[in-house]
Design a protein around this ligand. Structure first.
Ligand code: ZN
Ligand code: ZN
Length: 128
């Protein structure tokens, strides 16, 4: 069962966000509701996470002032996720490193060589 919220059907990014008249209207609503309820209601003052500009939105979870900033935010999030995925622990020296490839296992050529040599040694001595 889903609870109906008046602004629930809105897009995450308000298409009218950049509309100056709309911003003025929301600002008035924000200030009015703040006076009436003592807290923001139906209109929220947000600071853009990308450019730092203050803007007004209908949703408290709005993060970006414009489509451009929203896009930059999406790129940043994607980059963050990719970096987290690349963060590896070297199987040889246990140091954490940023792998160039998804399947990187060693932090350096040196560690890779060392691991290869010790594997050879194990095979040669019959210990696996
Ligand atoms: Zn912005
Ligand atoms: Zn290493």
């Amino acid at each position: 069962m889903s609870v109906y919220l008046p602004c629930h059907h809105d897009e995450i990014l308000d298409p009218l966000l950049n509309d100056e008249r709309w911003q003025i209207e929301l600002k008035a609503k924000y200030e009015q509701n703040l006076k009436i309820y003592g807290h923001p209601y139906m209109a929220y003052k947000i600071q853009c996470r990308i450019c730092g500009k203050e803007f007004y939105a209908r949703r408290p979870e709005a993060k970006y002032c414009s489509g451009e900033c929203d896009e930059s935010g999406a790129i940043l999030r994607r980059r963050e996720r990719a970096r987290a995925l690349r963060q590896k622990t070297c199987r040889c020296c246990k140091k954490s490193f940023e792998g160039k490839r998804k399947d990187s296992e060693y932090c350096s050529h040196k560690c890779k060589q060392a691991a290869y040599r010790s594997r050879l040694l194990r095979i040669n001595t019959g210990v696996i």
